[in-house]
Design a protein around this ligand. Structure first.
Ligand SMILES: C[S@@+](CC[C@H](N)C(=O)[O-])C[C@H]1O[C@@H](n2cnc3c(N)ncnc32)[C@H](O)[C@@H]1O
Length: 390
């Protein structure tokens, strides 16, 4: 059951889920590339147009001899726009969970860019990979296009961006492409197209479970659904059971009630400022952002943004801290936090910092004015304190 190894098996719990990385076997990658061509799916066209416009400006941020490391590279189609603008690039490291997508992409790249060392890494980019030795000592630029960041909720996105910063190292940069559109009338068709390609992409996860995990899903008994969840600011993809049924998976019996769904994918649509906040907390500093807009016939706007950000240098790390104290103001913990203007810190981030609290809000850490606010755990206070001046 390699497909589910390492993941919480989300099919035996009341609200059934599967991680979106399960989409990408060879067929999933082929279907994703077909989605990119659909009239309803504007992300690919908008980002390609934007990168075409700004490639030479981006090149100004990249030093000769640099290693370009791409997260979720698929066909490396947009990457070519960067490669063309960066003739002095030292090497290219595409990372993808789909071995088939890497094989196709690299076979084409070695023909078209014969002088560029290309070292593909097949694997999960959320688990910190090791860069090839050939990238050692080079300036490093990360590339994370396609709005793939939107597959992660904000706490996981922050944690991921933090790991990317650690992987790429001090002095590195990251080029991040994300779709900021929030109009349901545009988004839902983009994830539920008229030709049914996205539906086939969604159902392909059941094909994988049948083949790789000994399941007996009847594909015709599951319907593809895409819905805009305004509260969470995300498009959700689901597979809804058309009837009461029992599916066998690896010897386990899994019951579905009619209408019950497997939640297979989220695409969060972050505002540009929200993304800035996530990146800042992960230790990145915005260098430049470009926004590309497209107005649909119904007057709604698609907005796509590409951002280049720089990793905080060692020694320039923001020195804000959060101190946890009880009402007597005796310190319990004092923990450095990346990001100089913390607006809020979520439960998962707290756990990442070794704290067992469910939610903490720290309104500001403005210099010289420690700002106190109440945590949601009775009797515990949180002090946001800037040490930037010390
Ligand atoms: C939305 S597609 C974007 C593809 C391409 N970057 C683009 O902009 O068109 C996401 C890509 O990330 C890969 N991917 C998804 N989750 C991954 C993970 N956890 N680790 C590595 N690759 C992953 C998929 O195989 C797929 O190629």
């Amino acid at each position: 059951m390699a497909l589910l190894r390492g993941d919480p098996v989300g099919l035996s719990v009341p609200r059934k889920t599967l991680p979106s990385k399960c989409f990408y076997d060879a067929e999933g990658s082929r279907l994703f590339e077909a989605i990119c061509e659909l009239p309803e799916y504007h992300v690919m066209r908008m980002e390609t147009a934007q990168l075409t416009d700004i490639a030479s400006e981006l090149a100004g941020f990249v030093r000769d001899g640099a290693a370009l490391v791409e997260f979720g590279s698929s066909a490396s189609a947009k990457t070519r726009l960067l490669l063309d603008a960066l003739p002095g690039l030292g090497c290219y490291v595409p990372i993808d969970i789909s071995q088939a997508a890497l094989d196709w992409a690299v076979a084409a790249l070695v023909d078209d860019y014969p002088g560029l060392p290309t070292w593909p890494l097949a694997g999960d980019f959320t688990v910190r990979p090791h860069l090839p030795d050939g990238a050692d000592g080079r300036p490093v630029v990360g590339f994370f296009p396609g709005s793939t960041i939107g597959n992660l909720p904000s706490d996981e996105a922050t944690a991921f961006l933090g790991r990317v910063r650690m992987l790429l190292g001090a002095g590195s940069s990251l080029i991040l492409g994300a779709d900021h559109t929030r109009a349901a009338s545009l988004l839902v068709p983009a994830y539920d197209d008229a030709q049914g390609v996205t539906a086939a992409f969604n159902r392909n996860v059941l094909v994988r479970l049948n083949r790789e995990c000994g399941a007996d899903f009847d594909l015709a008994m599951f319907e593809h659904r895409a819905v805009w969840n305004a509260t969470e600011g995300r498009v959700e993809m689901h597979l809804a059971s058309r009837t009461d049924q029992v599916v066998v998976l690896g010897g386990r019996r899994i019951a579905f009630a009619a209408g019950e769904t497997i939640h297979t994918k989220n695409s969060y649509k972050y505002h540009p400022e929200q993304l800035d906040g996530l990146a800042t907390r992960a230790g990145w500093e915005l260098a430049e952002r470009w926004l590309h807009r497209l107005t649909a016939p119904n007057g709604k706007e698609w907005v796509f943004g590409t951002t280049i950000m720089n990793a905080w240098h060692r020694g320039r790390e923001p020195k804000a801290r959060i101190a946890f104290t009880d009402r007597t103001h005796q310190f319990r913990q004092l923990i450095p936090v990346p990001g100089s203007s913390i607006a809020s810190i979520s439960g998962a981030e707290c756990r990442g910092l070794g704290l067992g609290l469910s939610q903490i809000r720290c309104l500001s850490d403005a210099p010289s004015s420690p700002n106190r606010t109440v945590c949601d755990r009775p009797g515990l206070w949180c002090l946001g304190e800037s040490l930037n001046d010390t």
